[in-house]
Write a protein that binds this ligand. Structure first.
Ligand code: EPZ
Length: 427
C-alpha cells in the first residue's frame, strides 16, 4: 500500500496539462470491440482503469498495445464474450462492455457488480434498455448471460438519463438491425465523445439534441484514429485545489466549457476564473467564501464527481455551506476522514453540512474510493502540517499522477512508497 504525503498551508502557483478523460476513454475502449479492425486512441490517460479495460479487451481476444498515451486495439478476431468476475469487481463500468459484445457477437456474459463505496450501483436500467433491443437474459451464481437471436432497433425512452445505460444502449444499437431512437439520454460530454468516435468508425449515430440519440444500426465499421479530450473532472479537482490552497494556476487543455456549474461555484467562493482557448486560468488570493448550497445533478448541473473535492475546499471557506448529493446514495464517505482533520462535517440524508472556517490539521488519512482520495489530497494542500493519504491505488484509477501534477502547481507533495518487505532475504 503506498501513500502520498503533503506539506500543507502553501499557496499554489504554476501550470499543468490536464490528462485525457477517464470517463471518455473507457466507453470508447469498450466500443472498439464493435470494430473488426484496428482502432488507434491518442491522449488516452495512463490510469489503472484503462489498464483494467485493456486486460478485458485482451481477454476477449483483441490485440491491445499501449505506448504511453497511445492505445491500439485490433478487434478483428474476438475469441470470447465473457467478462471475468475479477474484472467486474474492479470496475463497475465494465457493464458497458455488454452492449458492445451484444452488438458484435449477439452474446455477453457479465456480472452484477456489487455495491460500491459511493452507493448502490444497480444495473436494472441497463438490462431493461438492452431488453428493449431484443436481448434475453438468464443466469446462475451471479453471472448474467445476455443473448440476442436478433438485435433489432427500437424506440427506447430511458427512465433516467444514466450515463452508462445511454452508452450501453448506443453500443448495442450500432450492432442492431434498423433504427433505434433513444430519448431522455444522458448529456454528459462523454456521451458526445462516444458518438463522435462511433461516427468516425463509420456508424450512423446522430445526437438530435434534447437528450435524443438516433442510431441506424448495421453499418460496417472500420479502422479509425481518435483523440481523447481532456478530463473535466481532473481539471475540476485541480480547480478545487487552488480554491483550498489559494494562489493561481493555469490548467492547460482544461475543458472549461464542460465545467460551467463548477466555475460558477468557484466564482461564488471568491476565485477569479478566466477561460482561454487553450485552457483555464484560476486564482484565489482573497478570502475563501462559502458557496451556500451546492446541488449535484445530471449534466450540466454540478457534477457528482466533483462533490468530494469541493467538499474539502468548503471546509476552509468562511461561513457555513452544504452539498446535496442527488446522484449516488452513499457518496459522503470522505467526510469521516475530513473530520479527522478537523472539518466537523455533519451528514443529514442526502446533504453534507459544512460549518466552514476551519483550519484543517494534517494527519494520516485513508482514501476509500477514487474521488474521495482526490478530495483528501486537496484537503492536505491547505491543512496545517503534514497529511498522509493512504490507499492511493484508488486515486490512480482516475488520475495519471496527482503528485506530478500538483508538484507542477507548486505543491510540497510526494509519494511515500513503503520500502517493499525485503523478500527472499537469505536467513
Ligand atoms: C458514470 O457512472 C461515471 N463513470 C461516474 O464517474 C459518474 O459519477 C456517473 O456516470 C454520473 O455522472 C464512468 O463514466 C465510468 P449513472 P454510471 O448510470 O454510468 C443509478 C468517477 O468517479 N442507476 O449515470 O455508473 C445509479 O445507481 C465515476 O469517475 C440505476 O439505478 O452512472 C446512480 O444512482 C464514479 N440503475 C445513477 O443511476 C442502473 O441500471 C447515475 O448513475 C444504472 C444506474
Amino acid at each position: 500500500m503506498d501513500a502520498i504525503w503533503i506539506e500543507g498551508n502553501r499557496t499554489l502557483s504554476g501550470e499543468v496539462t490536464v490528462q485525457g478523460s477517464k470517463n471518455a476513454a473507457l466507453p470508447v475502449l469498450a466500443a472498439t470491440l464493435l470494430v473488426p479492425g484496428v482502432t488507434r486512441l491518442l491522449n488516452c490517460p495512463e490510469i489503472s482503469d484503462v489498464s483494467c479495460m485493456c486486460e478485458i479487451l485482451r481477454h476477449m481476444g483483441a490485440r491491445v498495445e499501449r505506448r504511453g498515451k497511445e492505445v491500439t486495439v485490433d478487434a478483428s478476431e474476438l475469441t470470447g464474450c465473457r467478462i471475468l468476475p475479477e474484472h467486474a469487481v474492479r470496475m463497475r463500468s465494465s457493464v458497458i462492455l455488454a452492449g458492445a459484445l451484444l452488438g458484435r457477437c449477439r452474446e455477453a456474459f457479465f456480472f452484477q457488480p456489487g455495491g460500491c463505496v459511493i452507493g448502490d450501483r444497480p444495473i436494472d436500467m441497463h438490462l431493461w434498455a438492452l431488453g428493449r433491443l431484443g436481448v434475453f437474459f438468464s443466469g446462475r451464481e451471479g453471472e448474467i448471460r445476455a443473448q440476442a437471436l436478433r438485435l433489432r432497433g427500437a424506440f427506447v425512452r430511458l427512465p433516467f438519463p444514466s450515463v452508462g445505460v445511454t452508452q450501453n444502449a448506443v453500443l448495442a444499437a450500432v450492432g442492431a438491425e434498423g433504427t433505434t431512437r433513444l430519448t431522455n439520454c444522458a448529456r454528459e460530454p462523454e456521451i458526445g465523445a462516444l458518438c463522435r468516435f462511433l461516427r468516425g468508425a463509420g456508424a450512423d449515430v446522430r445526437e438530435e439534441g434534447g437528450g435524443e440519440i438516433r442510431v441506424e444500426g448495421g453499418r460496417p465499421l472500420h479502422a479509425s484514429t481518435f483523440w481523447i479530450d481532456a478530463d473535466r473532472i481532473v481539471a475540476g479537482t485541480y480547480l478545487a485545489g487552488v480554491l483550498a490552497a489559494g494562489g493561481k494556476a493555469f490548467l492547460r487543455q482544461a475543458p472549461w466549457y464542460e465545467l460551467k456549474a463548477a466555475l460558477k461555484a468557484a466564482r461564488r467562493m471568491g476565485a477569479v476564473v478566466r477561460t482561454e482557448s487553450h485552457g483555464l486560468y484560476v486564482e484565489r488570493t482573497g478570502r475563501l467564501l462559502s458557496p451556500g448550497e451546492l446541488v449535484t445533478g445530471v449534466y450540466p448541473a454540478f457534477p457528482t464527481d466533483l462533490q468530494s473535492p469541493f467538499l474539502a475546499a468548503m471546509c476552509l471557506a468562511e461561513g457555513k455551506s452544504s452539498i446535496r448529493e442527488r446522484i449516488f446514495n452513499g457518496r459522503f464517505g470522505v467526510a469521516g476522514q475530513l473530520n479527522r482533520m478537523g472539518a466537523d462535517i455533519r451528514i443529514g440524508g442526502d446533504r453534507a453540512f459544512v460549518p466552514g472556517g476551519r483550519r484543517l490539521s494534517g494527519c494520516r488519512v485513508a482514501a476509500g474510493e477514487l474521488r474521495g482520495g482526490a478530495a483528501l489530497t486537496v484537503a492536505g494542500l491547505c491543512a496545517q502540517g503534514r497529511t498522509v493519504v493512504e490507499n492511493c491505488h484508488f486515486i490512480r484509477r482516475g488520475y495519471e499522477d496527482i503528485v506530478r501534477d500538483l508538484k507542477e502547481l507548486g505543491a510540497d507533495i510526494g509519494n511515500e512508497t513503503e520500502v517493499p518487505p525485503d523478500e527472499g532475504r537469505q536467513v
